[in-house]
Design a binder for this molecule. Structure first.
Ligand code: MN
Ligand code: MN
Length: 465
């Protein structure tokens, strides 16, 4: 009798794999295979935007600038400077009833080159870096790194760079001290073990053949770059070059149940929402997919979510539907609903001490909702209203989607934020949700294929609602 009552009253937490059919398992693995392939082509935000536009155009999306008028069923996108992307399908209902927005970010922690990066020391050539986002610096030494990004010459000519991904390409690395001579270093606190100013990338060692000059290794490197890309040293000043791990995204485990890859925060949510959007044909509320930039450094700048570029995109939609008048944009936002789809810390049994197990995101339990994020007494959090959480729960439950709700770590242990508050400040109902990640912000992050599939199902159900 107690068992029946327990069955009825307890909030059951079960491993999703236990009820997966053979056919579902195939779908789960297929989705992850495509995700892995996409990640290997799109390691940085610019590449993600490029690949997304290719996919979107194949699926009937048009640059909104090329559309005069918009009506229900139309599919458009807005490319914000090649670094963030917004997509929309116009819904059957009046846009004044609000948008259904799913927003993620496509920037990930990494090392950026400094504006004056190149130097030679002791006949070795290096590039100096400034890290981007929250990293544990020691994790970025002694691993293969590739260089991705863009150099823009003063005449406007753009040179896209990607070195270290093909097997024939050279890679680069940041050295660390050998243990034999690291006594002093090993006594330091972990966070001070590697200094930010020492994250210098080793890039060459052959001197230019000329006895009469100095800095011959640096000259030889510049000569190679000049022959290959037509650039000189000053062109680094107008470049955005990012160092990311040269590792490929792979399946992980004997059972191949997980994905190991760089940049899954937050490309796992970005990819799943993007492919879901590609499958939509008809929606009730206008569906919007945000792939934002700069989340890892506070969402600032004109490609970050704090920028008015997104408002401009929605205004353009309203203009081209021929219904704009004062305050319509405000009204649209105030009636909108949003999933801020960003990854969450997965419970790691090796480091169990930082989590409250009752309120931690677990692998294989499906999409992870966060009612709030923030730190130290929820500071900075966009705390979703109970009514909205109930509305989301209802969608998940009626579509048979496994979900869990969690916090990021124990109270006062740490915390974090997402883009949720930015849309909430415009008046939308917002809740954070996403895929739990192990080793978040490390060069190689781990996710569960079951949870990735669950995110995809959630996004589909939300947009189809
Ligand atoms: Mn994130
Ligand atoms: Mn992050």
């Amino acid at each position: 009798m107690g068992e029946e009552l327990k069955e009825k009253l307890f909030n059951k937490k079960v491993n999703g794999w236990e009820s997966v059919t053979e056919q579902e398992k195939e779908e789960i693995f297929e989705l992850s295979k495509n995700y892995i392939n996409f990640l290997n082509k799109a390691k940085i935000e610019r590449e993600f935007v490029k690949e997304s536009i290719k996919l979107a155009e194949k699926n009937g999306y048009t640059d909104i600038a090329n559309k005069q008028n918009l009506k229900a069923g139309d599919k458009v996108y807005f490319n914000n400077r090649g670094k963030s992307l917004y997509l929309a399908i116009i819904g059957d209902e009046s846009i004044e009833n609000g948008l259904h927005i799913i927003g993620s970010h496509i920037d990930s922690p990494r090392l950026d080159l400094k504006p004056n990066p190149l130097y030679e020391d002791s006949e070795l050539a290096y590039l100096k870096t400034h890290y981007y986002g929250g990293i544990k610096k020691y994790q970025w030494t002694t691993i293969p790194l590739s260089i991705h990004g863009t150099i823009v010459k003063s005449n406007g000519e753009k040179i896209d760079i990607c070195i270290g991904e093909n097997d024939e390409d050279p890679i680069f690395t940041i050295t660390d001290l050998l243990p034999h001579l690291a006594q002093e270093q090993m006594e330091k606190k972990l966070k001070n073990g590697i200094e930010g100013e020492n994250l210098n990338l080793l890039i060459g060692s052959i001197p230019y053949k000329d006895n009469k000059i100095s800095e011959k290794v640096k000259l030889n490197i510049l000569n190679i770059l000049n022959q290959k890309y037509g650039i000189t040293e000053v062109d680094f000043t107008s470049s955005e070059l990012e160092l990311v791990p040269a590792f490929k995204a792979r399946s992980l485990g004997f059972d191949e149940s997980m994905v190991a890859a760089y940049g899954q925060d937050d490309k796992v949510c970005a990819y799943t929402s993007l492919v879901t959007m590609m499958e939509l044909q008809k929606v009730k509320n206008t569906a919007v997919c945000i792939l934002s930039d700069k989340e890892e450094i506070g969402s600032m700048g004109n490609t970050g979510m704090e920028s008015h570029m997104f408002d401009f995109f929605i205004s353009e939609i309203i203009n081209k539907m021929g219904i704009n008048r004062p305050n319509v944009l405000d009204k649209v936002f105030c009636f909108s609903k949003m999933l801020s789809s960003d990854v969450d810390a997965a419970f790691d049994p090796i480091y169990a001490g930082v989590s409250d197990k009752l309120n931690a995101g677990m692998f294989n339990r499906g999409i992870n909702l966060n009612k709030y994020t923030g730190a130290r007494g929820k500071s900075g959090a966009s705390d979703a209203n109970a009514e909205y959480v109930a509305w989301i729960r209802n969608i998940l439950e009626k579509n048979n989607i496994k979900y869990q709700i969690s916090e990021l770590g124990k109270v006062d242990v740490g915390g974090g934020g997402t883009i949720a508050f930015i849309l909430a400040n415009k008046g939308a109902d917002v809740i954070d949700c996403g895929v739990p990640v192990l080793s978040m912000h490390a060069p190689y992050e781990v996710t569960s294929k079951y949870d990735i599939y669950s995110a995809y199902k959630t996004y589909k159900a939300f947009w189809m609602e």
